[in-house]
Design a protein around this ligand. Structure first.
Ligand code: GLC
Length: 632
């Protein structure tokens, strides 16, 4: 604890603002030049700085203090004590005040980062789980008010947690004010969208565009009678893509971001960020302008509210992932966090195939991320799992990418011989035979279908292993609500109006507070899962080796059933051993000396390692071992 010192006087606010402009202006300007050209960049920059200045002036004192603290701790997201949790407000705590009432529950698990799913005012009726926003300035009325959001942010901050919200910036609801004005014939607002009078342009784009929801929202354009035109709708027909080539759109979103930041939002999840720039002849994802625009948004936020971070939601192929954390001129200047979608897919692939070779091959090929950027590691989120296995990675190992993807979809749907999973097929696309998967972690790992004690044990051990993989990687692991208790699919998912054709609702169950009440009782299955996870969280928080600035390397495959991760941190070496099979496996003991970890016990449980007569470390079915050595 620092000693109490007399207050050393107030900070000169204007000087602070100017210093930040000096620090971030070049990033802001360079991003604008790339998107809008050198002629317009100066005036757009001046306009955005004006917006930043007003937001800065209005920012409450306690948030200015938070800004200062985070300037002093720029790696706050990389700390091994960071643990994320994601939930729907109403499914976790009924409303915002209810969430505040469950802060102790989150604290007990060690949560420091709470992502509440979209909670701004959506359109009425089906709204894609809140991703069709009708008003960014209001909280969904059944969840509370802006004042409740601000007060929740304050309570979370006092409990050492950050608040994470979605920023849906690729589209708005058809009912949003901008869309309404466009429909009423206002040219200014029609230019906020991509509207075409006939099919000529849409057809030209469609030639190279994939479909996100081929099942319930085929195609990427929707005829709108009021507009008398085709409007771009990548997702559902009532989600209108906004036109970021129009600087007025940029201005609007900057205002929205800074207003929410002033309520206490710490991290913005940039929803569907890959899609915000369109270019004919491409799949219109991850275009260079996407990264330039992210750089602009981040530079403005660093100036007005530097405690705020950005998280890219780019669920793209592994080769396309890195630019979201910054590559080339954008290195270290775009999102602070990005979903490690490839790791997530490879974890599920290893567990189904009981073989780590493809994962090691594919993950080792990823170029390093900037040391200041951080992966978000996860097993499940509110979305389906898309089987992003690259054909080329599979072919290099002599297997067919398509066959493996099909295997994974069938395995997790439980219709493959020997599979204990009970997931669901999401968005089967007969054109390319693509199948994605819905289901909670417990359901996918066979906890639901387990009837014998041995099957339950196996599923619980697999769950612990899966959680260990995301906790031992380095980054912010995010637990999807209910997974900490091993909750299964919501059997009644289709009964809610608007949900019937979207089985992602199966893995978005309401938190089972009965199950939660016995989370400290290891006699219950929920308690076992919870205690296992909590043990991992606590072990992780003691291991500086897991600071996210350091890359995870993958060790050589001695046994195809054992994944070996190595972290060479200046504080000391770390080796993670993960047996992804339900059988006993081994790891050659001489490797431990090679990596410089002579630890004879597991850093999670403190228990000694088991050796066989050949000098191999013995791994129990689905066992994980963390070996960590601290340098003197
Ligand atoms: C993101 C969300 C997904 C939503 C889509 C459109 O991918 O995670 O749930 O359907 O964006 O907003």
């Amino acid at each position: 604890m620092a000693p109490e010192l007399p207050n050393s006087g107030s900070i000169d606010r204007a000087a602070m603002f100017d210093a930040r402009v000096e620090r971030w202006y070049d990033d802001l300007h360079a991003g604008l030049v790339q998107v809008y050209g050198p002629r317009r960049a100066d005036s757009i920059a001046a306009d955005l700085l004006q917006v930043a200045r007003s937001a800065y002036d209005e920012r409450p004192d306690h948030l200015h203090r938070r800004d200062l603290q985070r300037i002093l701790e720029p790696d706050w997201l990389q700390d091994p004590r960071m643990l994320g949790y994601a939930a729907y407000t109403e499914r976790f705590g009924t409303d915002l005040n209810g969430v505040a009432g469950h802060i102790d529950y989150l604290r007990d698990l060690g949560v420091t980062y709470l992502h509440l799913m979209p909670l701004l005012q959506p359109r009425e009726g089906d709204n894609d789980g809140g991703y069709a926003v009708a008003d960014y300035r209001a909280v969904r009325s059944d969840l509370g008010t802006m004042a409740d959001l601000e007060s929740l942010a304050g309570s979370l901050h006092s409990a050492g947690m950050s608040l994470v919200l979605d920023l849906v910036l690729n589209h708005v609801a058809r009912e949003h004010e901008w869309a309404q004005k466009a429909r009423a014939g206002e040219k200014k607002y029609r230019d906020y969208f991509y509207v075409y009078r006939n099919r000529r342009e849409p057809n030209a784009y469609e030639a190279s565009l994939p479909e996100v929801f081929p099942d319930f929202a085929p195609g990427n354009f929707t005829w709108d009678e009021d507009l008398r035109g085709w409007v771009w709708t990548t997702f559902n027909e009532w989600q209108w893509d906004v036109n970021w080539s129009n600087p007025n759109v940029l201005h609007e979103y900057v205002e929205i971001i800074l207003a929410l930041a002033n309520q206490g939002v710490d991290v913005f999840r940039l929803d569907a960020i890959a899609f915000i720039w369109k270019r004919k002849g491409t799949d219109c994802q991850g275009q260079p302008e996407v990264h330039a625009l992210t750089q602009v948004l981040r530079a403005v936020a660093r100036i007005a509210c530097p405690s705020v971070a950005f998280k890219a939601e780019a669920i793209v192929a592994p080769t396309k992932l890195l630019p979201y954390l910054g590559q080339g001129t954008h290195a270290g200047k775009v999102s602070d966090l990005a979903y490690h979608n490839s790791l997530m897919v490879q974890i599920w692939s290893m567990l189904a195939a009981r073989d780590v070779r493809l994962a090691v091959h594919a993950l080792s090929k990823l170029p390093p991320k900037p040391t200041t950027a951080t992966w978000l590691t996860y097993l499940r989120c509110h979305d389906d799992i898309g089987w992003a296995i690259m054909d080329e990675d599979a072919a290099e190992l002599g297997i067919s990418g398509q066959a493996h993807r099909r295997f994974l979809a069938h395995w997790y749907a439980g219709d493959f011989d020997g599979s204990p999973a009970s997931g669901l097929v999401f968005q089967y696309n007969p054109v390319n035979d693509d199948r994605r998967t819905s289901g909670t972690t417990a359901s996918l790992l066979g906890l639901d279908s387990a009837t014998t004690k041995a099957e339950v044990e196996r599923a619980v051990a697999a769950l612990r292993l899966a959680h260990a993989l995301i906790l031992g990687w380095g980054g912010v692991p995010v637990i999807w609500s209910g997974d900490e208790l091993g909750q299964s699919n919501d059997a009644a998912w289709a009964q809610e109006p608007g949900h019937e054709d979207d089985n992602r609702w199966a893995h978005r169950p309401r938190l089972d507070w009965w199950r939660a009440a016995s989370r400290h009782d290891s006699g219950t299955v929920g308690g076992r899962v919870y205690q296992d996870l909590r043990g991992l969280v606590q072990a992780r928080s003691r291991l500086p080796h897991l600071h996210a600035s350091v890359e995870t390397e993958l060790g050589p495959v001695d046994d195809p059933g054992v994944l070996v991760t190595v972290r060479r941190h200046p504080a000391g070496r770390f080796v993670g051993l993960y047996n992804v099979t339900p059988e006993h496996r081994h790891w050659p003991g001489h490797r431990a000396h090679h990596y410089g970890v002579d630890a004879l016990s597991d850093a999670i449980t403190g228990e000694p390692l088991q050796w066989n007569e050949y000098g191999d470390v013995v791994l129990q079915p689905y066992q994980v071992l963390w070996l960590a050595e601290l340098r003197n």
